[in-house]
Design a protein around this ligand. Structure first.
Ligand SMILES: [Mg+2]
Length: 326
């Protein structure tokens, strides 16, 4: 842990980057300035591997489509928390198929359908009001402060609920609900009873899906066993994937050659970015652009908190711009 200003690492060859609130606000395109900085990082020969819970379609529309086509092959995308990894060819087009897909390899059509039925059942049982996934400000305009209003997005290999108003209830809000919400890690989090019920239904129906907390207010239904650790390890151990992005395994032996950017490393509140740390040498520097309490970090990893003027994606932008100051 360091309180000092974090300097740009000139040795870095591969960045593992979370997307939501690290590169761009949730369900929002990356800002033009961010695209400009990422483009110049790619031009400098750094490969950027986006490792996210978001869907491939959203990573494309929010980020990679804005990056010049000839540089896109130096990016990789692990979407839906590692269910699939995709790359781009030298023309900048998405490759015809993913490097791997645990969704199609693991699920029968019947299981895919049953998964959707269970989601419907949960919506009914918990009396959730469902809205399409969008910017938080737009959601709040539509849904107000109703804790039972959620955004829902079916991403194929992952289905995600966003409990924008329900992850940190006041005791008064909790009393007004028909269910009781247990105190979990210091918060009255409506996601917990939904998660527990979902887990039971998936198990009873033999659907290999694990419900888990993601982001700040997400409840992700993800394929069992997938995680950011899985996809990062898979890529780092696969010479072909690395080569398609212009890297070799030898390039990445030195921990200084890899860097992690994220905003949720806290192990007690569903911080999925810590799973990137678990896939690499613990000495690899991970920059946390959220001012999290370090007591929630996994011990033994090199997670440092960005101490700039800004945080989250604006903190990353500040960090990227700091490269030009020397
Ligand atoms: Mg994030």
């Amino acid at each position: 842990m360091s309180d000092q200003n974090i300097k740009w690492n000139n040795k870095v060859k591969l960045v593992l980057a979370d997307v939501d609130e690290t590169i761009a606000d949730v369900y929002t395109p990356a800002e033009p300035e961010m695209i400009g900085e990422l483009t110049s990082v790619l031009e400098e020969g750094v490969v950027i591997f986006f490792v996210t819970g978001a869907s491939l379609a959203r990573v494309e529309s929010r980020i990679t489509n804005q990056i010049p086509g000839h540089l896109r092959r130096f990016t990789l995308v692990s979407h839906c928390n590692g269910a699939e990894v995709w790359g781009f060819n030298s023309e900048g087009d998405k490759k015809e198929k993913p490097f791997y897909s645990l969704y199609d390899e693991t699920f029968s059509q019947q299981q895919k359908d049953k998964w959707r039925e269970i989601v419907k059942q949960l919506i009914e049982e918990f009396k959730l009001s469902v809205y399409p996934a969008t910017k938080v400000s737009e959601f709040k305009t539509m849904a107000g402060h109703n804790p039972l209003a959620v955004m829902l997005e079916d991403r194929g290999p992952q289905i995600t609920f966003e409990f924008v108003n329900g992850y940190d209830l006041t005791p008064e809000q909790e009393k007004q609900l028909e269910m009781s919400v247990p105190q979990t890690n210091g918060a009255l989090d409506l996601r917990i009873p939904v998660l527990e019920r979902a887990d039971r239904l998936f198990q009873e129906n033999n659907i290999p899906v694990t419900p888990r907390l993601g982001g700040i207010f997400a409840l992700d239904f993800a394929i069992k066993g997938v995680s950011k650790t899985y996809s990062v390890k898979h890529v780092l151990e696969n010479e072909n994937i690395l080569e398609s992005a212009g890297l070799s395994r030898q390039d990445l032996e030195n921990p200084d050659h890899i860097e992690i950017w994220g905003d949720k490393f806290d192990q007690f509140r569903g911080g999925t970015d810590r799973h990137m740390c678990e896939a690499v040498n613990p000495k690899v520097r991970a920059i946390d652009f959220r001012e999290e309490d370090p007591s929630g970090f996994l011990p033994g990893y090199n997670v440092v908190i960005w101490k700039g003027k800004y945080h989250l994606h604006h903190g990353l932008l500040e960090y990227l711009k700091s490269r030009h100051n020397k």
